[in-house]
Each structure stands twice: as structure tokens, then as C-alpha cells.
Design a protein around this ligand. Structure first.
Ligand SMILES: NC(=O)c1ccc[n+]([C@@H]2O[C@H](COP(=O)([O-])OP(=O)(O)OC[C@H]3O[C@@H](n4cnc5c(N)ncnc54)[C@H](O)[C@@H]3O)[C@@H](O)[C@H]2O)c1
Length: 258
């Protein structure tokens, strides 16, 4: 399948597990990939994943909480490839594990800044470029935490619920202009983020935490980043041409009930 031939896809959080898989997936379908992550992050793997598929890739260091830096990654994409068709608005942080009452204020602000402001700024600066290119799609990474609560993760849950709402409003506004906006809502996926949460839950035995979480899932395993990337590519492609302002769980059925 080559649904993105000649199209330009920006991926934020491209040095992380899901972002890296998305870079590889877009490139495997002949997209030109713009891999964005913090200036301190190592984007070599993302660029390699794209070029191994014979596609061109550009690495851009940017903090998604900075309006100037978000405008900068859009400008870099246009300078390098002349257009923008897709944004995978995916950078995010888990914050810390603490009760709502005890949650550290600085961490609360950081989680909201990265997970919500970063996604909003991505839409704000990228949508005009996509419209100028004749239309396209934005896929935000929410979470099952954007659909239901989770003890100890109130900042993360609040930020992801906000991404769900933002996806709906932006989708309503931008669809008439030719930009579809949707969100993916993953359950636990095999990336650094889950390793961090497992270690916070059971500092003495993170592997046991992982086992317990996996056993509670209907499919009794975490998802793979490539499984999320496949859904993202579908939503970003013309195969999803009538899908807009929608939230797509990719959770092995975990939000269907117990
Ligand atoms: N792994 C899971 O279980 C899971 C489940 C649901 C949703 N998600 C969401 O998926 C997305 C990707 O997470 P992941 O699992 O690949 O984790 P990850 O930690 O491997 O990747 C996240 C990436 O975002 C980058 N990032 C963080 N802050 C940034 C900033 N200010 N500017 C630019 N980049 C920044 C990090 O450097 C990292 O490379 C996140 O939004 C996360 O909340 C993950």
C-alpha cells in the first residue's frame, strides 16, 4: 500500500515508541517524513526508519509547548518538501503517579503544557499549511485515559480528555476547509512510557506490575507501537475520507467493559 506517495507527514514525539513506528509506517507508504522531538532527543532512528524504506526524512528539534518552535517545525517541513499533508500530533508525557490532592503543581503544569497546549499549537500552526496544500488530515494521540479515569494519573487523564474535546471542536471547524481531525486512544502500548509507569507502580518489581496490567486487559497483552501506527496511517489516509472529529480506541477491547 502506498497511500502517501508525494505527501508530507509531520510526526511529533518521533524519537519515542509510537512516533518512531509511525515514521516507519508513513515512509513504508512513500510519505516524506518530518520527524519532530525535543532538541535533546535522538532522532537518528526515526530518520533511519524512514530512509530504510527509500523515503526522504527531515529531523527537527522542537519543544511542542513553544509556539515559535511549533511554527518552526511547520516552516522547516515546507522549506524542505514544499507542502504539509498530515500531522501526527503525538508528543506526550505521563507525568508522575500521585493522588489528585498530592499532585505536584509544577508537574501538573508540565503535563498540561505538553499534552494539551502542544497538541493545540500543533493544530494551530499546521492546519493553515495543510489547507494551503489542498487539504489533509490531523491525528492526535489521546489515550484510553482520554475516555475514562485512572487513579493516580489525574493530570494525564485531564490532559487526554482535553485532547478528546479539542479533537471534536477542531474537527468541526476544519472539516469544511478540507482538514479531518481525529484521535487515537491507545491502551498500554510497549514503549518507554509504560516502563516508566510500571516502575512507579512497583519500584520493587516493575515486571510484576507489567504482568498485572497485562492480565487485566481483554487480550492479556499490551499493544505494539506498530499496531497504533497502522490505525494512525488509516485515519491519515484517504481510506478514512468520511471519518472526522472521532475518537478511536486501540485497546484490545479494554474500554468495552469488564
Ligand atoms: N505507551 C502507552 O501505553 C500509551 C498509551 C496511550 C497513549 N499514549 C500516548 O502516546 C504518545 C506517544 O507516547 P509513547 O508511548 O511513544 O511514549 P515515549 O515516551 O516513547 O514517546 C514520547 C515522545 O514525546 C517526546 N516529547 C515529550 N515532551 C516533548 C516536548 N515538549 N516536545 C517535543 N517532544 C516531546 C519525548 O521526547 C518522546 O520521544 C503520547 O502522547 C502518550 O501519552 C501512550
Amino acid at each position: 500500500m502506498s497511500r502517501f506517495t508525494g505527501r508530507v507527514a509531520i510526526v511529533t514525539g518521533a524519537a519515542g515508541g509510537i512516533g518512531l513506528a509511525a515514521c516507519a509506517r508513513f515512509a513504508s507508504e512513500e510519505a516524506l517524513v518530518v520527524a519532530v522531538d525535543l532538541p535533546s532527543a535522538d532522532l537518528d532512528a526515526a530518520v533511519r526508519a524512514a530512509t530504510e524504506h527509500g523515503s526522504a526524512a527531515l529531523a527537527v528539534g522542537a519543544d511542542v509547548t513553544s509556539s515559535d518552535e511549533v511554527a518552526g517545525y511547520v516552516a522547516a517541513a515546507r522549506d524542505a518538501f514544499g507542502r504539509v499533508d498530515v500531522l501526527f500530533n503525538n508528543a506526550g508525557i505521563e507525568g508522575t503517579l500521585a493522588s489528585t490532592v498530592d499532585y505536584p503543581e509544577d508537574m501538573w503544569d508540565r503535563v498540561i503544557a505538553v499534552n494539551l497546549r502542544g497538541v493545540w499549537l500543533g493544530i494551530k500552526h499546521t492546519a493553515p499549511a495543510i489547507i494551503a496544500s489542498g487539504g489533509g488530515a490531523i491525528v492526535n494521540t489521546a489515550s484510553v485515559a482520554g475516555l475514562q479515569g485512572s487513579r493516580g494519573l489525574s493530570a494525564y487523564v485531564a490532559s487526554k480528555h482535553a485532547v478528546s474535546g479539542l479533537t471534536k471542536s477542531a474537527g468541526l471547524e476544519l472539516a469544511p476547509l478540507g482538514v479531518r481531525v481525529n484521535a487515537v486512544c491507545p491502551a498500554p502500548i510497549e514503549t518507554r512510557m509504560m516502563r516508566s509507569l510500571e516502575a512507579s507502580m512497583r519500584p520493587d518489581d516493575a515486571d510484576e506490575a507489567r504482568k498485572t496490567i497485562a492480565e487485566r486487559l481483554p487480550m492479556q497483552r499490551y499493544g505494539e507501537p506498530e499496531e497504533v501506527a497502522a490505525l494512525v496511517a488509516f485515519l491519515a489516509s484517504d481510506d478514512a475520507s468520511y471519518i472526522n472529529a472521532a475518537l478511536y480506541p486501540i485497546d484490545g477491547g479494554s474500554t468495552a467493559g469488564r
